[in-house]
Every structure is written in structure tokens, then in C-alpha cells.
Design a binder for this molecule. Structure first.
Ligand code: DX5
Ligand code: ZN
Length: 218
């Protein structure tokens, strides 16, 4: 099963409820929520307040991607707002092990995200505790950017080193520039969760967009 996680960042914010409804109507099963602080990334989006409203209008898995410094200060607020899954960035976090345990102690799933040029050696020591790894295939901050192809080498390395250790329901997620041209290269590498901002929300037929992403059609 390949999970499709449309990123709300590309939605029409004047009509959020309808946009969120369209995600489940299209057959996607997750909703990806990009939280940016203007420090770790050069953009500011929204906080737990909006996540709480999302929770009120949907049963989709709420996948909260924290692109913020000092994520430990806000994790609990996002869980209270209704997040099902919290990802923190390795680059923001000197105490990754502690933060993963903290996220899990709050009863939600824990992911770690890595920027395109960030290595994955640290996973040796936390892979057993994680539910998800998020490979960024753009530099985080904006939707609609071009897919950074060398990240595929990192996914190959990840598979060589960790695939045999993963729990059955482990999530390998990719975020950034995912579309009809790039999805096949990912799913054939075992990526089982595709985040999609622009491709999904700008597609004239969102149901078809989900089918194409799942099928890996080119
Ligand atoms: C980028 C965000 C992504 C972004 C994806 O910083 O983390 O989730 O919204 O958008 P697309 O699919 O348009 O690259
Ligand atoms: Zn994201």
C-alpha cells in the first residue's frame, strides 16, 4: 500500500474545508501539514491552531512535518491539536533520541526528516525506535520546487543498510517535487508514502493524480 499525503501548503486557503474534503474524496489517506517557522526555513506557515481545525473536519491521518527550530517546545501542542504523526528535522535537533522517545510517549508516531544533503549515519542508533524516515527531495521552505535527483542515491543507501531491519509497517516518505515523472523512481525503491503539494492540488482531476502517484505511471 502506497500512502498518498497531499500537502495542504498548496491548497486554496480561502476554502480549506472543501480542499481537505477533496483529499479524502480523491482517495488519498494522509494529509501532510507543513509547519515552518521562518528560522529553520525561509518561510512561515501555520501552527497548532490550524491543525486543530483540520482535525475537526477530517479523519485523514494528520502528518505534521515540523520545519522549526527547537521542535521540542511545540511537539506536545501539535499532538494536542490532533496530529497522528510528528516528524522533526535531524538538522534542528541535537537530542534526536530524546525527542523521538518524547513523541512516542505522547502516543503518536515518530518520524525524522533529512534535508537533501544531510547524511543518514545517525539512523544506526535510532532506526528501531522510528516509525518513519522522511527524505526531502527539495530544500524545505516552499512547494512547487524541482526534485533533487541525487537524493535517490541516499534512498538506495538507506535500503542497503536498513531495509532488513525495518518493521513491517515502517514508512519511507519522500517530500518535494513528487509528480507523475518522479513517483516511479521512488516507489520502485520501496518508498511507501509520497507527499504531493503542487502536483495534487493543481491537477484537474485529483482522483486521477492519486491513482497516477500510486501506480507510478510515467
Ligand atoms: C517543502 C514542504 C513540502 C511541499 C511539497 O518544504 O515540506 O511538503 O509542500 O510541495 P511540492 O509537492 O509542490 O514540492
Ligand atoms: Zn513537507
Amino acid at each position: 500500500m502506497i500512502h498518498i499525503a497531499p500537502s495542504l501548503l498548496s491548497a486554496d486557503f480561502t476554502d480549506l474545508k472543501t480542499e481537505i474534503q477533496s483529499v479524502s474524496d480523491a482517495g488519498a489517506d494522509w494529509l501532510h501539514l507543513d509547519i515552518m517557522d521562518g528560522h529553520f526555513v525561509p518561510n512561515i506557515t501555520f501552527g497548532p491552531f490550524i491543525v486543530e481545525f483540520c482535525r475537526k473536519v477530517t479523519n485523514l491521518v494528520l502528518d505534521v512535518h515540523l520545519m522549526i527550530e527547537n521542535p521540542e517546545k511545540y511537539i506536545e501542542a501539535f499532538v494536542n491539536a490532533g496530529a497522528d504523526m510528528i516528524s522533526i528535522h535531524a538538522e534542528t535537533c541535537p537530542h534526536i533520541h530524546r525527542q523521538i522517545q518524547f513523541i512516542k510517549s505522547l502516543g503518536v508516531k515518530a518520524g525524522v526528516a533529512v534535508n537533501p544533503a544531510t547524511g543518514i549515519d545517525f539512523l544506526d542508533y535510532v532506526i528501531d525506535d522510528l516509525d518513519m524516515v522522511l527524505f526531502m527531495t527539495v530544500n524545505p521552505g516552499f512547494s512547487g520546487q524541482k526534485f533533487i535527483t541525487p537524493v535517490l542515491k541516499k534512498i538506495d543507501l538507506f535500503n542497503q543498510r536498513y531495509k532488513h531491519l525495518l518493521k513491517k509497517d515502517f514508512i519511507i516518505q519522500v517530500d518535494g517535487g513528487v509528480n507523475a515523472e518522479t513517483c516511479g523512481m521512488l516507489t520502485k525503491r520501496g518508498v511507501n508514502c509520497l507527499v504531493s503539494g503542487n502536483y495534487f492540488f493543481k491537477h484537474p482531476n485529483r482522483k486521477q493524480a492519486v491513482e497516477i502517484l500510486r501506480g507510478g505511471d510515467i
